[in-house]
Design a protein around this ligand. Sequence first.
Ligand code: B16
Ligand code: MG
Length: 217
Amino acid sequence: DKIGCLFDLDGVLVDTAVYHYKAWKALANRLGFDFTEAQNEHLKGVNRMRSLEMILDWGGVSKNEEEQLELAAGKNEEYVEMISKMTAEEVLPGTLQLLEQLKAAGIKIALGSASKNSGLILERTNLAHYFDAIVDGNHVTASKPDPEVFLKGAAAIGLEPAHCIVFEDAQAGVQAAINGGMKVVGVGQQNNLQGANIVVKDLSEISVTQIIDLVND
Ligand code: B16
Ligand code: MG
């Protein structure tokens, strides 16, 4: 049977988390507070407006809806300025090799990202051409751990969720994949990836054979 791979973007294919962190931190600092890298871990995979809510909560700051939209737009402007300068060198280890091998094996590839900026990032890093489908924050309403983004990704490549495997670096994303009935490869540290079928440090640690075995298991 045909199988498909659904890739998260930030933290799996490229490391944009550092840019998100910088831009959110600057916003918090402007509002008179700060937050830690450990807290930042909880923002991974979480959409923009929900991230802002969490940050304001940490700072004990309350803002109305209009102000929140303005703050989020300001953060995004700063973030977009940073990612506009990204290059192909920022693609994480093992990514190109795995994408090439998947293509050669006839395995479908889709993006399942919470980001509304995925198009720009994939273009800047020369990854766009590998994807049979792109589902991102522009196409979904529910934030991970809701499985919407991955269910739409599976549908976009014409496969059942059970025939798809998700690659995720965030706990919310691992949970989204499980909620959608998919297998999950966790990328990063075991303790941030509870429930993943396997955990790798980066994509250089996984082969196409392992992926096929995992889906058929
Ligand atoms: P944007 P992913 C997520 O990307 C990031 O991990 C998360 O930190 C960010 O808030 C979210 O995208 C939305 O990004 O503001 O660009 O729409 O990990 O789902 O690829
Ligand atoms: Mg991620």
